[in-house]
Design a protein around this ligand. Sequence first.
Ligand SMILES: [Zn+2]
Ligand SMILES: [Zn+2]
Length: 341
Amino acid sequence: MGSRGGLQMVNVRTKELSLLNGGFLIVTPLVAVLGTGYYIYYSGVQGCDILNFFVFFALVLFSISIGYHRYFAHRSYRSGPLLRFLCLLFGAGAFQNSALRWASDHRNHHRYVDDPEKDPYSIMMGAFYAHMGWIFYKETPNKTFDNAPDLLKDPLVLWQDRHYILLSALVGFLLPLALGSLFGRPWGGLLWGGFLRIVIAHHVTFCVNSLAHMFGSQPYTKKNSSRDNWGVAFLTYGEGFHNYHHRFPGDYRNGIRWYHWDPSKWLLYVLSLTRMASKLNRIPDELILKARLEVEMQTVHERLQRISEEVRDGIRKSMRPLFPGEARRRGRLSVQQVQSL
Ligand SMILES: [Zn+2]
Ligand SMILES: [Zn+2]
């Protein structure tokens, strides 16, 4: 990492465009739309195609949510080696970088949220940049992963980082193709479980960085742009309760009420019964209540300030027609002075 003005530079992107990343982000949607459309036109749609899509969508997205995000980036629970391996394997099929790089970027996002330079996908750089624009730029070479010493000690994480391209091709394309072949529809498998699933999983995940920093409620903190967004939560297995998550990133849940759509927390709970996951970290209710009350106090304070300004304006306006006339009658002010009031 370089330094500027004595400050350590942590931004993970250079100003140089990455042909590989840009090409992948442009070509995959083209193949997904045109290829799948062409395939449907000539071969129709069968249940196995839809199944292929949802099987790989679920495997990959859960691996990102409970693996990359809630375990590797935030350590919100303790994971056994089998679960870690599965999340690393299927997480690679999301084509969102290796867990080491993803988690390191994400830790910077939390630490420097909204900083246009240090937050890798800062919403202050615009909705498109936060959504996917940042990926078009090359990573800083020779990253040191200063913020992820724990991950550098995990041999499984390093193994996935080393073989990331191979693993992502295996899970992203070859396994869906193999599953499709079992039903006699290899191209259907490649298009539905591969390309189409990659593109949709990409964009729903990207919505956490764009939409969940723009639209929704802020019940837990107003100190950054994060929002609780039910639509994004529905699409991402619970990751849309982003305001709570930014306030308490160490909680294994993102949606804390029983009715909050957070399948990732339900899956983790089930996994904890099998001991594949343990020590699920829950923030105590009192701390959550305190955070909510602080936000409400702030809201009340802002409202009171607005009201007092409105009252002041109202008094000023109501005084204006009376005061000049009064003043002129008493002859204390000139015509120009009265007009300037
Ligand atoms: Zn965020
Ligand atoms: Zn996070």
